[in-house]
Every structure is written in structure tokens, then in C-alpha cells.
Design a protein around this ligand. Sequence first.
Ligand code: GTP
Ligand code: MG
Length: 419
Amino acid sequence: MESHAVLIHINFRDPDFKEALDEFVLLSESAGVDVMDIITGSRDSPDARYFVGTGKAEEIRDCVQRNNAPLAIFNHDLSPAQERNLEQFLQCRVLDRSGLILDIFAQRARTYEGKLQVELAQLQHLSTRLIRGWTHLERQKGGIGLRGPGETQLETDRRLIGQRIKAIHGRLDKVRGQREQSGKQRRESSTPVMSLIGYTNAGKSTLFNHLTGAGVYAANKLFATLDPTIRRCELASGRAVVLSDTVGFIRHIPHDLIAAFRATLEETRQSDVLLHVVDSNDAEREARIEQVNSVLSEIGAGHIPQILIYNKIDQEDLAPRMDYDAGNQRFSIWLSAQNGSGMGLLHEVLDRHVRGNAERHELHLPPTAGKLRAELFELGAVREEQTSDDGGWLLKVDLDSRQLHKLMHTDGIDPGMLQ
Ligand SMILES: Nc1nc2c(ncn2[C@@H]2O[C@H](COP(=O)(O)OP(=O)(O)OP(=O)(O)O)[C@@H](O)[C@H]2O)c(=O)[nH]1
Ligand SMILES: [Mg+2]
């Protein structure tokens, strides 16, 4: 967006409208905005015409003129009418919170699917605004009942947008089909899937890189990660897991976007465990945990077991530690993804989760069971191996019995053949 802007932030007592100012500044900077000035105020509820009162609107206008700012950004969602009224009154472009987040998403999307999703959300956001905007122009022309050029243009635009939306839906269905297929394969491979989730900027990608040795983009920007990234990784115990890095959450995320990213969040919904990353220095830490949990419920992932990871302990010079909350059967780990302290504890807890109800099995695999043998190795479940006289293998394996039987079943191996 690379633009100069004046920011407007209103304090509401009503939690439905309440936003955080520091988050707003970071959001704007993440979008590439050069913040010229910030105007704050407080209200009980939004004004229908300008969202703010007339006096505040004048203050904003003066500030916009003084700074020669081409853009005013509100930390709140505006109705299409409010946005239009404000643009006329302030004589500059006006962007609301959803529009700002959409802009960041548009800058960040990398994969084909991510780009389609963002374009869809943008078109949906635009279509409401386009219609009302044009209605206003028509009225100015005063051509009641006449099909003036404005109206024709409006209809053309609407039709084009409608067609484009339809085409995107079609393409999305196709890529989603492909992704579901590979997701299914991954789940069937019975390697546990763990997703890193959490508020934006909590340090998910940094932790992902630390665990997997991958070079994923991590930055002090909101929504640095948009498209899920998936890697296999090996725990210190040798056991394998599939780790997925996901888009960060934020409170009051535009609904268009939740809908658009529902499919991407499918990855999260199909996880065996969620690694919920929290910035331990965040003053609003607990509230953010709740906001993330409420998005998780919304996408149908509220029931998946979580491990809470309090990250960035280096900033406060805290010691790494591990707690267990018996009531919620939940581990929390305090660590630093940046300098690696506490990572040993994380490996331990992850390993415990992967092991689940692992039991020791002694297997005598026939030479025809090479695929099962390879899968057991891939899972990191093999503790000892010897070759047997018949050309097969004698294995000592630590694995959940149900998982072992499932593997044998998919490979068409008769459990009776095993010791
Ligand atoms: N001091 C400190 N900084 C950290 C730590 N972990 C991450 N950071 C910093 O926090 C910022 C955000 O990190 P990311 O890993 O991009 O966060 P994220 O959760 O993936 O963010 P989004 O993808 O935007 O949702 C970066 O500037 C990191 O360098 C840590 O343990 N200590
Ligand atoms: Mg990230």
C-alpha cells in the first residue's frame, strides 16, 4: 500500500466495538502505511453518518489537510454509507479495518489458492460498496426511471464482478479437491499432524523454523504467514510428526475472510494436536488466548487437544519451564523460539503426545511386509531390528495398538501373522 495515512481510533466501552490502538498501528505498518498522525476519541456507540460525531469528523479533516494525507484509516468496520460520507467530507480515501486487513492479505498471499481466496474476499467486500456508491451518483444526475450511463455501468460492473466471483469459486473448488486429496493421504499415513496456531505475531513461524529447520518468512509484521506450510519433522526421540504453520488470528477478523480461509483452516481442523503459541509478554495475553479459542470453535477445531506455548521468554529473562494443568489435562511450556531455550521441554511434551498409549510390540514381519516396515521406521517407532531366517525382520516397536492395527489393515497384513 506504501502510503501516508492518518489513523483514527475510537475507544468504545462496548466490547463488540473495542479495539486495541497498538495493534492498529502494527496492522497499518504491516500494510506498508507511513503513519502521519493518530486521532483518538471515545464514544458510546458509532454515529450513523460519519461513524464519529461531526466535531470529531472536523478534527480529522483538519488533520488530513494539515498532513496532506491521501488516506484515512479507521480501526473499526464502517458501513458502505459511512465510508462514502467520510470520503466526501474528508476529501481523501477512507479505509476501514476489514479493508486494511484485506489489503495485508492481498500483499501476503503466495499460493494460488491463497490468492484466489483473498481476491474473492476483496470482491465480496467491494461489491457492497460499489452498488451503494453508484446509487449515490445516479441520484446526482436526477434521472429517475431513466437508464442512464451510470446505471448501465453499474449493471455491467455488477455482472462482471458476479462472473469473476463465480469463476473464482470454480477454481477454488478444484484446488481444494486436490488439497483434500493430499491431506487425506497425509492423515492416512498415520504420522500425527500438529498445527501451530495462535494470535498473529506470536512467533509461530519462528518456532516452525526452529523445529523443522525450514526457512519460513518470520517478521515483526502482522499476518506474515498466510498460506499454510507443511513439513515433516523429527522429534529428539526420533519419532516423526507432520507440522503445519498457519495464518495468525486476530480479534474481529472480517467475516468474509473467515469464510474465505475456512478451507485453509481445514488443515487446523484435521490436526491431532494444536500447538497454541502465545506471546508471553503480551499484556493482553489471556484475552488473546480466548480470542483464538473462539475462532477455533467457529471453525470447528475447539475440541482438539492443545499444548500452550508461552513464547519469547528471552525478552523478560524468564527461565524455561513446563506446567501441567490436570483439570484441563493441558501442558504449558515456557520457551524462546528465538534462542531455543526450553525447546527440549517442548520435544518431551510433543513426544509424550505422539507416544500416546504406545506399547511395546514384538513383530515378526515376513519379507512381503517391506512397506509396513518402512512405515514403522518413518514413524520413528522402531526400537530394535534383526533380520530373521525367512528373509523377514524381527522388530521391537513402540506404538499405540490401534495405530499399529490400522497400519497393518491398510497394508493388507493379517495380524495373526505377527508374534
Ligand atoms: N524476542 C523474541 N522474539 C521472537 C521470538 N519468537 C519470535 N519472535 C519475533 O516475533 C516476531 C513475529 O514472529 P513470527 O514467527 O513471524 O510470528 P507469527 O506468529 O508466525 O506471525 P504471523 O505469521 O504474522 O501470524 C518476529 O519479529 C520474530 O523475530 C522469541 O522467542 N523471542
Ligand atoms: Mg507466521
